[in-house]
Write a protein that binds this ligand. Sequence first.
Ligand SMILES: [Fe+2]
Ligand SMILES: [Fe+2]
Length: 491
Amino acid sequence: MESAIQSQKEAHRSSEAMDSEMSKLGSNLITKFHVLMRISQIYDSKNVALNQFIQESLLAINTFIQREGTLCLKIVADDIFLNEQRLRYSVEGFNSFKYLVTQWKKRLIGEVLYKEVLNEETLREFIYILMSLEDGREENATLFNEKLRERHISSIEAGPLEVSEMEEGAYTLRKEDSREEAKKVFFETIGTFKEVVTHIKGNQHADVRKLKRLVRKAVHLVMEDESILLGMTAIKNYDEYTFNHSVNVSIYSLAMGRRLGFSRGVLSELGITAMLHDIGKSKIPLEVLNKPGALSDEEWGQMKKHPLTGVEIVLNLKQLGEVNAKMVVGIFDHHLKNDLSGYPKLFRKKRVSLFGRVIQIADAYDAMTTPRIYKKVPFTPEQALAVMLKDRDVCFDSILLKMFIGLVGVYPIGSLVLLDTHEMGIVFRPNPDPQWMDRPQVILVERNKRGKGMKELADLTERNGGNNFKRSIVKTLDPNKYHIDIAKYFL
Ligand SMILES: [Fe+2]
Ligand SMILES: [Fe+2]
């Protein structure tokens, strides 16, 4: 036990020593593997569409092997170790990181040793054998090696996943910075929420205690620095729409609630209410929910029931603790609209509750800026805000809407902007200083590279030798016109 702690500590220490070049090579490698693993599930191994991805991955992996002699990729708890050094994950690499860990873990593969540089054929075989392994089969590593040998590949060796009893301990030994913590909370919340929804769908008992715990963590993060969690909302389509959407609405609501001066307790209630705002949709058949065309009257009727169904579900959630009227009403209200022209229809006029008004805004903004089956090209953040402003009297509380615009900024996180240096940038983080609201941090994007060619982060308050700003925003651009996948920059 003690030696396990010791080795964790050592691993931790040596990971700190991983130089930045190695880190870059490593992250690049994981990203390339991620893409290749995904692509391999779409095309068969002989498809020419694969060539480019094979080449890119090959370059990444062979560069590493040429430098280090061999490459051992190992998964320990939720971390990836490359030749015994822990790879630190980055915002831009998180999705790939997570994908690789999940996919390998699912197949109980914990380690792969690449003994020499690979050729195209070997890499191709490797990926297809890996992805064809059945989930959860204990003998997968052996099977993997057998299949490699059958194809006369001796340069790669796979090992099984070792489940360490220290997983929990390893987690606490590490001191996370807020951004990493935020990513964890974000992804964990999506996963946990998904579980809750699945249980509700199947009329099973849904335990929401973990979800409540995660919301409390999110409240803590928002109190510390709202921009970190807000940045997570730019990751659209991480998973099925409903899950990602619910978590995003919760984040926007929390950030608004914080500006409204809510206490931590009230913020937690708001966060969980926002997360559950569409829970009623779990009772609507998927064919209706994901229907690409217009809904029939009957289907629309079903759809309109979701706020009320949501209330019923929440009232039946045992572990939610004392069910608070604010939460129930917040869910009931979220489609009422400011002038009560929405749904459900009311018999007696009332004012939309504060929780309801906050959630309406967060809900509309996130729904508009996310691609959907029936609307593949979403609004840009700027377009969405413009639509909301136009509808403000009918749909929203205009004071809260103004506050929301202040929150997401003049250039909301995820906006694509043209700079006076002719570079393009993606707004990554608003400037915390209100006087520099128009000078956020941006990720520089290379033009005409379809979102690839990720470059460095630039702070637009940076000045040249003289007193001039190095870069300034000229205008916002529509990422769809430039084929830029914004989400990729936040994963
Ligand atoms: Fe809804
Ligand atoms: Fe919604």
